[in-house]
Design a protein around this ligand. Structure first.
Ligand code: CMP
Length: 136
């Protein structure tokens, strides 16, 4: 059954810094995800803390927020059939060490922190995360 969804994708500072933005965008496009909107921004640590609030009790929360605000990122709305799950498959496991072949994190990820991309993990979070970065 076709289920057209939208999901939020972030190209993180480690990948933007290495000029991987176009390569990652093309990987999405070549794998049946449309980029409906995209912008390059630099968030503050407070904004990162708000975005990642679901992780506030985790030991890695502070480092995670520092990292996301450490340099420019590219935020995108991806759209397609089963976009949330498809994007997660294309990203691969959170830790690049465990990521499957031909996934973004396997190809480009450096570490569990510098894992190149973020993607929403559920319909509810996709809605919230899209609203967070694309308010209108
Ligand atoms: P992301 O998909 O952006 O969601 C939260 C991020 O926290 C995750 O990718 C990782 O980059 C980072 N992170 C750091 N340490 C851990 C950990 N132990 N488990 C899960 N995520 C972690």
């Amino acid at each position: 059954m076709n289920k057209i969804e939208q999901t939020l994708s972030i190209i993180k500072p480690d990948a933007v810094e290495r000029n991987l933005t176009d390569e990652i965008k093309n990987f999405f496009i070549n794998n049946k995800l449309k980029i409906k909107d995209s912008k390059k921004i630099h968030v503050t640590k407070d904004e990162a803390a708000e975005f990642y609030r679901v992780h506030q009790t985790k030991p890695f929360y502070n480092d995670l927020c520092s990292y996301l605000s450490s340099g420019p990122i590219v935020v995108m709305i991806l759209e397609g059939d089963n976009a949330i799950l498809l994007n997660r498959k294309l990203m691969g496991a959170t830790d690049p060490k465990n990521a499957e072949e031909n996934t973004i994190r396997k190809k480009y990820g450096i570490s569990i922190d510098k894992n190149s991309v973020h993607g929403s993990d559920s319909i509810d979070n996709a809605k919230k995360e899209i609203k967070f970065f694309f308010k209108n």
